[in-house]
Design a protein around this ligand. Structure first.
Ligand code: GUN
Length: 755
């Protein structure tokens, strides 16, 4: 295949002058994010792969990267250009874009990597940044000090310190050119954190995570994950994170799920040179292949044998294209997964492709957050891996913090079921977030009356349950009002009042998953979280006809109900009035529990608010709208995903209940101090107020403060500086995002309070 001559793609349009250097998020999935980086040579969509171009050996022409592959940015090395007389002169006189014949975003590296390979470089700290600026690069890199994984802690600390000390001069030399501020720290987590905090103080545009090439070369993926988790939570979130030297597609899903935005790949060309093919599941040698691992566009007309027969140059060029195509397509898969809310699941699936990746993933998803698992893990590890055991033991706090950083950014998926993936399912961050929220917010009603010492646990079948259970529930409500009813799901107990809540209701898995026999010890422990640990457990199998009889027989045998001895309990229907009364109470509880869970409201307050409330129900008896006794429509349960939509009337009512002061700044909440304080408030400045009142979205840059518990996907109240309600909406981000981002939508407004 020769030089690229087919169709040309138009040159990119520069971003708006005021946006230059800004990064915005357009879609997020936990820490995974799709963003836009605004530059003079176009708006780069992230996650993005920047192919490495060696200006001396151009395996694939940059022009072809732009025209054929739609690659929006590439990276080359300014030190190589600086050292080479001819290249240097052209770059200075015509600019780096001309030198490369590439119209998109050009990032350059500084020579640090050469210093790592060859021991030293001859160029000065300011000199190399000034040079990059002078040749018109879009994103330059300062001369950081590479920290190798085999260095001692003292040596690495020096690299971190020296890099931070070089930052002010580098920033000054960069002028208005965007500058990379790499994070060093080897495999020492506290040094990574120090580096992130120190470098984050300066005005860098992007933070590459440096010093990871040898970590990846040795397949130390667990260390790679630890490096990410000890750096990213400490960086300003409005700056893209670049994984320096990471170009193997196998690492993309996990990296992106943990917050990486940029990658660069020399691998596509280097691997091609020795006949190796990149795939999302590892590397394969062309020598042993009969079929292509993935049939990419550049090889549709040939077999591996045909390619083996080519001359060296042609073979390398074709394999480089193959590697690039595979890499880009895995990146597309990751981007689609973010849009679908499934990036963690993609990382989970990919983790099975390589033992070291699996180890990293298991460490990530089990060890940092779950104390019980942690201890078990620790005991097992003490036998054969003392370092790992010590790490968990000594750093449990830091890993827990990092894990919370992941969990707090999750929102409940609004569409699709939750495919069961074995034990990995339990530790998916959004499942973790949903379980945590339920445990923190839901409370039994502790009503007096029959059943107050028992809890009925229905098990054995997947949902939806309401059609099968609604008559039984009305009868139970009437006959034993003190009884709590919960459903056993594969990810934990779900109170019946929240029976349509995602993701509990929609676990897609084999029948046996639901047919698992309830384990009394596990149930007891779980009930303990809700203060129900002392209650007697009554089990009822959901499968098969006659659920009412089974339930009442079990209750009868337990001595809870004595009036109903009939084996066919449904033969004793309730009077219409009794049934309507019981159903109304159940509807009220359904709405109350949703408001407590999803609007962070106090249990008692909601009870009072809903006194004499009424409901509009659909044909199937499901609540569509909830109205206060004065007729104000306050919320609508969403029938599709079990969520709750707040109305403008509801926002006004809830706003008036606030007992704490207006937020001041962007503090992060600690522990459970935010519990039951209502939906988070977001304070919007005077410029934005009229627009929000008209129902327009809240943009970053117009937010003065927010409550610490605001989280993506959550309902929040929009207020002005006086604390007056001006609207309500759905937050797209965390408090740190609200504090730092300057561009993009922060809150999708659902209703504005016209003046
Ligand atoms: N390329 C790969 N790793 C690094 C690094 O740590 N720093 C710089 N500047 N470039 C790199």
């Amino acid at each position: 295949m020769g030089a690229w001559t087919e169709g040309r793609r138009d040159d990119p349009l520069p971003c708006r002058e005021v946006d230059r250097g800004l990064f915005e998020i357009t879609t997020r999935d936990g820490r995974g994010r799709i963003g836009r980086l605004h530059t003079e040579h176009g708006i780069l969509e992230t996650p993005a792969l920047l192919p490495v171009i060696n200006p001396n050996i151009r395996t694939i022409e940059p022009r072809e990267m732009w025209d054929r592959y739609g690659i929006g940015a590439l990276i080359t090395n300014s030190y190589i250009i600086w050292k080479h007389e001819g290249l240097k002169e052209t770059a200075i006189t015509e600019g780096v874009h001309k030198l490369l014949d590439y119209p998109g975003v050009v990032m350059t590296d500084s020579g640090t990597f050469q210093a790592y390979i060859y021991g030293d470089v001859e160029v000065g700290v300011e000199e190399i940044v000034e040079f990059q600026r002078s040749i018109g690069v879009d994103i330059a890199t300062m001369l950081d000090v590479f920290s190798r994984p085999d260095m001692t802690e003292g040596q690495v600390a020096k690299c971190v310190q020296e890099t931070i000390e070089r930052a002010p001069a580098s920033i000054a030399a960069s002028g208005t050119t965007m500058l990379n501020g790499p994070i060093q720290g080897g495999i020492f987590k506290h040094l990574r954190t120090e580096s992130a905090q120190g470098m984050g103080e300066f005005g860098f545009a992007i933070h590459p995570i440096g010093g990871i090439v040898p970590v990846m070369e040795r397949h130390l993926y667990k260390d790679y994950a630890k490096i990410m988790l000890s750096s990213l939570p400490y960086l300003p979130p409005n700056r893209p994170v670049h994984m320096f030297g990471c170009g193997h597609p196998m690492l993309f899903p996990m990296s992106i799920a943990l917050g990486a935005d940029l990658f660069d790949s020399a691998a596509y060309a280097l691997f091609a040179r020795d006949g190796r093919l990149l795939t999302p599941w590892g590397t394969q040698k062309i020598e042993s292949l009969v079929e292509w691992p993935e049939r990419m566009p550049c090889v549709v007309a040939c077999t591996p044998a045909d390619v083996r027969a080519l001359g060296m140059k042609e073979k390398t060029a074709l394999l480089a294209r193959y590697n690039l195509e595979v890499t880009l397509s895995e990146l597309d898969r990751c981007k689609q997964a973010i849009r679908d809310g499934t990036i963690w699941r993609l990382a989970e699936r990919r983790s099975h492709q390589h033992p070291a990746l699996r180890e990293a993933f298991l460490w990530l998803s089990t060890s940092p957050h779950n104390k019980k698992l942690n201890l078990q893990f620790l005991e097992e590890l003490v036998l054969d891996d003392r370092d790992a055991a010590r790490d968990i033991d000594q750093n449990a706090g830091q890993w827990e913090h990092a894990w919370n950083w992941i969990v707090e950014s999750q929102e409940s998926p609004r569409k699709g079921g939750e495919p069961w993936g074995g034990e990995d399912t339990q530790v998916r961050p959004h499942i973790n977030a949903a379980k945590k929220a339920l445990k923190e917010h839901w409370k039994p009603h502790n009503k007096e009356g029959k059943g107050a010492d028992e809890v009925l646990i229905a098990y054995g079948s997947s949902g939806p349950w309401r059609e099968r259970l609604s008559d039984l529930m009305a009868r139970l409500e009437h006959h034993c009002p003190g009884l709590e009813v919960m459903i056993q799901t594969p990810i934990g107990l779900l109170p019946y009042s929240l029976e349509d809540l995602n993701p509990f209701t929609h676990i897609d898995g084999p029948q046996w998953l639901w047919r698992r026999r309830p384990n009394p010890a596990v149930l007891r422990e779980e009930l303990g979280h809700y203060g129900l640990g002392e209650r007697r457990i009554i089990l009822v199998d959901l499968l098969g006809d006659g659920i009412q009889s089974r339930a009442f027989n079990a209750l009868h045998q337990a001595g809870v109900v004595d009036g109903i001895t009939d084996t066919d309990a449904s033969a004793q229907p309730l009077e219409k009035e009794q049934r309507d009364e019981a159903k109304l109470r159940l509807q009220r509880r359904h709405v109350a529990d949703k408001m407590v869970l999803l609007l962070n409201l106090k249990h008692d307050l909601v009870q009072t608010m809903l006194t004499d409330s009424t409901f509009v129900v659909n044909r199937l008896g499901r609540v569509k709208n909830a109205m206060l006794s004065n007729g104000t429509h306050i919320v609508s349960p969403r029938l599709t995903d079990g969520g709750l939509s707040l109305t403008t009337g509801g926002a006004l009512e809830i706003h008036a209940l606030r007992e704490i002061p207006i937020p001041n700044g962007f503090e992060k909440g600690g522990g459970g101090s935010h519990l039951s304080k209502g939906p988070a408030w977001v304070v919007v400045n005077d410029d934005a107020e009229p627009f929000v009142r008209q129902g327009r979205n809240v943009f970053h840059g117009f937010i003065l403060a927010c409550d610490s518990w605001v989280s993506p996907g959550d309902t929040c109240l929009l207020v002005n500086q006086k604390g007056e309600l001006i609207g309500h909406g759905i937050s797209q981000c965390t408090p740190a995002d609200m504090q730092h981002f300057q561009k993009g939508v922060a809150v999708k407004t659902r209703g504005g309070m016209a003046q």
